[in-house]
Write a protein that binds this ligand. Structure first.
Ligand code: DQA
Length: 150
């Protein structure tokens, strides 16, 4: 059993109504509920946190070191392309993580092509809408199973 944490960056609280042509119709609550169900079925505990504030996200990342989090899924949203502070926090806690995006930033504006997280991540899942989170969770579950002593 491990604790899995999913972090959602700014404006992802608006999912469902926010540019549905790009981000789909699923709400953040429905995404989190599906993730929680799958993580729990795999024998893990699950926590989700969304903030529009860079400082709150940095604080939550730092807290993950002390609260027993074993794996992080993170969609830093716009902070993907700007936040050295969140990158430094992820490097500091040194927990394995997967970067997740609903859209494929590489198909979009050039300013979205840079990520401060990808080179630290175990992997990146992007472009599959809400299913990106599900794919990332499956990968995390496999990594955690592979890491377990037999
Ligand atoms: C996003 C992509 C980012 O470029 C954007 O700023 C977001 C959402 C995605 O999930 O596709 O807010 O991270």
């Amino acid at each position: 059993m491990a604790n899995i944490l999913v972090l959602h960056g700014p404006n992802l609280n608006l999912l469902g109504t926010r540019e549905p042509g790009i981000y789909g119709h699923d709400t953040l609550d429905s995404i989190n509920a599906e993730l929680a169900a799958r993580a729990t079925a795999a024998g893990h505990t699950f926590d989700a946190f969304q903030s529009n504030s860079e400082a709150e996200l940095v604080d939550r990342i730092q807290a993950a070191r002390a609260d027993g989090t074993a794996f992080i899924l993170i969609n830093p949203a716009a902070f993907t392309h700007t936040s050295v502070a969140m990158r430094d926090a992820m490097a500091a806690v040194a927990l394995p993580f997967i970067e997740v995006h609903l859209s494929n930033p590489h198909r979009r504006e050039p300013f979205r092509h840079t990520s401060y997280f990808s080179d630290l991540a175990e992997g990146v899942v992007a472009g599959f809408g809400a299913t990106s989170y599900q794919f990332a969770l499956e990968a995390a579950i496999r990594r955690l199973a592979a890491a377990q002593p037999h």
